[in-house]
Design a protein around this ligand. Structure first.
Ligand SMILES: Nc1ncnc2c1ncn2[C@@H]1O[C@H](COP(=O)(O)OP(=O)(O)OP(=O)(O)O)[C@@H](O)[C@H]1O
Ligand SMILES: [Mg+2]
Length: 335
């Protein structure tokens, strides 16, 4: 019998796994079930997971189990979460035998780590042998070995999670969760584009692609021109201004929250905190986000922010590290 250690980042939009055997895998946090007898016949499966579900979404009922940073606790969402965890484990540990054990540290949005911990533990029975539920932002700090005074800002899809580190386990008042994150930016951007060009045809995927390719919050030298359609006819549209304004609606509340966590900290260490802001999550890829946060900190005595190198995997890498290092009392046994 072997024991596998895995770190899982169970996010609103993406789930990532890193294993002690050096494997990595990422999927989209959704499950799709065939809508009717025809889709069932065509797909010939009870459910599809992640990218595959998204590609076939027109014939599926889609379930996104983590909405706005909390796990829905209805039967459907619980089942979907279970399928996703099962799938990432199977993909990342292809050689696992039934008698082998899996110990997993799972990073979830901060609110879910407080409110949905029990549900997560319950649904992991039969799937995992030991579980440790942690907040995603703490897993990020762990991945880069930052336990000294610093501020992690993890900008995901459903939530932006802020976590103040000070050399010991972070507590509830060290953490803040905002719903100003990727999904919020997507809907703001959709509205702003439609206000300027009311007839263009948009979908959540188009908006996401535009944001991920062109999104910026600080100086860009070239105008942003995108191809969109109006009644099926493609044309070029200039969205430079609406894109920047929309992106700034995300950074303003995040910068305010950074200042709030700095302001309520021990005054002797506030400067150190301001000078050690670490931005992670998919949102950290927004061009200029570190500079925008620095700029807003100027009013409070200045500061410095950097983005993590590996925005995609650092949450699951940190969770894996915790999985290997955390002493027995922090774990829940599922045996
Ligand atoms: N280059 C990019 N520019 C801007 N946003 C991006 C970029 N790449 C990814 N994103 C956005 O980051 C978000 C996903 O980030 P991440 O994978 O960290 O979220 P998550 O962990 O699934 O969500 P959460 O932390 O809220 O549970 C999505 O909204 C995505 O569109
Ligand atoms: Mg995340």
């Amino acid at each position: 019998m072997s024991i596998y250690h895995v770190g899982i980042d169970l996010g609103t939009s993406r789930t990532t796994i890193t294993t002690s055997t050096g494997q990595r895998f990422t999927t989209i946090t959704c499950v799709g079930y065939p809508k009717d007898v025809i889709s069932q016949k065509r797909l010939n499966k009870d459910h599809l997971i992640g990218e595959e579900a998204l590609e076939n979404r027109l014939s599926l009922n889609m379930v996104w189990p983590l909405a706005d940073g909390v796990m829905r606790e209805d039967v459907q969402a619980i089942e979907a979460t279970k399928l996703i965890l099962q799938d990432v484990i199977a993909q990342a540990l292809p050689d696992k035998k039934p008698e082998d054990q899996v110990f997993a540290a799972i990073g979830v949005p901060a609110q879910a780590s407080i409110n949905n911990k029990k549900a997560l533990i319950d649904l992991s029975k039969g799937l995992l042998d030991k579980i440790l539920v942690v907040s995603e932002a703490f897993a990020v700090a762990y991945s880069i070995d930052r336990f000294d005074e610093c501020l992690i800002v993890d900008i995901g899809a459903g939530t932006a999670d802020l976590c103040r580190m000070h050399g010991s386990m972070p507590e509830a008042d060290d953490q803040m969760t905002l719903t100003y994150a990727g999904n919020f930016l997507d809907s703001t951007l959709t509205e702003a584009i439609l206000q300027k060009y009311p007839k263009v045809q948009l979908s959540p995927q188009i908006i996401k692609r535009i944001k991920e390719k062109h999104g910026f919050v600080y100086q860009v030298s070239e105008p942003v021109l995108v191809t969109l359609t109006e009644q099926g006819i493609p044309g070029e549209y200039d969205i430079t201004d609406v894109l920047k304004e929309s992106c700034l609606t995300l950074t303003d509340p995040i910068s305010k929250a950074v200042q709030q966590l700095v302001g309520s900290f021990d005054p002797d260490f506030q400067e150190k905190l301001r000078n050690n802001v670490i931005v992670a999550g998919g949102g950290s890829r927004l061009k200029g986000i570190d500079t925008a946060i620095e700029k807003s900190l100027q009013a409070y005595g200045g500061g410095s922010a950097v983005c993590v190198q590996d925005a995609e995997y650092c949450g699951s890498v940190g969770a894996l590290k915790m999985c290997v290092e955390m002493p027995e009392d922090y774990w829940e046994s599922l045996a």
